[in-house]
Design a protein around this ligand. Structure first.
Ligand code: CP
Ligand code: NVA
Length: 329
């Protein structure tokens, strides 16, 4: 398993965090996807067999959220646990209490901490100070929970993941960074197409390349969107202006448009059965046209639904691991 700060900490505390996705090896990641599928099936039959009763999750938001907040809160409810939703502005954090004291405090009451943060380092501080699992609900660098759902949705649609080609078009952002690691864990290939100023994090590429040695994934970063979509099974994009990048909006739209918009012309260069994905929220007319995101080959609503099932699998895995085998890692 790839080493990380989170992993080093987990050896001391018995917990496993989810900060990037590198915390899982390929076999563990497959089990997570299988569990997410099981949760999806069970929910359709209104069965809630796998539970973590009596557990509480601290769910902290420094940035807005619709999908992540609701899916985590519903996930905890359906798992028989409870989520305490905290806007960071309402916490003593906003009056200068340290991240370390906050992490330690929350881990006295809650069995896991999940946070959407401006700076990824905030999660690392929580991880160091809390002796319960810390889950990344989106940071400036990674969005691992999104990638679990995305890959669940791809597997459901395409069946076998190994050898599939994903074309990522646009900003090499947090979602792209986690996708690279997730794809590497599952043997999928990724062609990231972005302007040179907006490439994925070198750190994420290195982690993904390291994992790809085990799975055979081919990962590349190129400029041309047309080359990236050629032969792609999945075409994926995200906003050109992530939360925190608002001041660069004008510059970014100038760089990305029109070349990096997923529209009919670009999408037609992918495989005939290629699907379109987007983590949402979307900006129709910017990174994607309505015709594509609302068209027959878009699987964005399956992708969105899978956030709930994926989150349940993540919570069930991390909470049980922590509760049942605290000394095993
Ligand atoms: N995709 C995603 O994380 O959506 P929210 O920002 O609404 O949580
Ligand atoms: N890249 C986007 C994802 C939103 C879910 C952002 O960070 O704002």
């Amino acid at each position: 398993m790839t080493q990380s700060i989170a992993k080093e900490d987990s050896r001391m505390t018995g917990k496993t965090d989810l900060l990037t996705l590198e915390e899982f090896n390929p076999a563990e990641f497959k089990s997570l996807l299988d569990l997410a599928d099981r949760f999806k099936l069970e929910r359709k039959e209104r069965m809630f067999g796998h539970q973590v009763p009596g557990t509480s999750l601290a769910l902290i938001f420094e940035k807005p959220s619709t999908r992540t907040r609701v899916s985590f809160e519903v996930a905890m409810f359906e798992l028989g646990g409870h989520a305490v939703v905290l806007n960071s502005r309402d916490m003593q954090l906003s009056r200068g209490e340290t991240l370390e004291d906050t992490g330690r405090t929350l881990s006295q009451f809650c069995h896991a901490i999940c946070a959407r943060v401006n700076s990824h380092d905030t999660l690392v501080s929580f991880s160091r100070s809390a002796d319960v699992p810390v889950i990344n609900a989106l940071s400036d660098r990674y969005h691992p929970c999104q990638s679990v759902a995305d890959i669940q949705a791809i597997r459901e649609t395409k069946k076998n993941l190994k050898g599939l080609k994903i074309a990522w078009i646009g900003d090499g952002n947090n979602v792209c960074n986690s996708l690279l690691i997730g794809a590497a864990l599952t043997g999928m290939n990724v062609s990231v197409s972005c302007p040179s100023k907006f490439v994925p994090l070198q750190e994420a590429l290195s982690k993904a390349h390291e994992i790809s040695k085990l799975t055979g994934s081919v990962l590349e970063v190129i400029e041309s969107p047309k080359d990236a979509v050629k032969g792609a099974d999945v075409v994926m994009t995200d906003t050109f202006v992530s939360m925190g990048d608002e001041e660069e909006k004008k510059e970014r739209l100038g760089v990305f448009l029109p070349n990096y918009q997923v529209n009919r012309e670009l999408f037609s260069k992918a495989k005939a059965d290629a699907v379109f994905m987007h983590c949402l929220p979307a900006h129709r007319g910017e990174e994607v046209t309505s015709e594509i995101i609302d068209g027959p080959r878009s699987i964005v609503w399956k992708e969105t639904e899978d956030r709930l099932h994926a989150q349940k699998a993540i919570l069930y895995t991390l909470l049980n691991k922590y509760a049942i085998e605290p000394d095993s890692s």
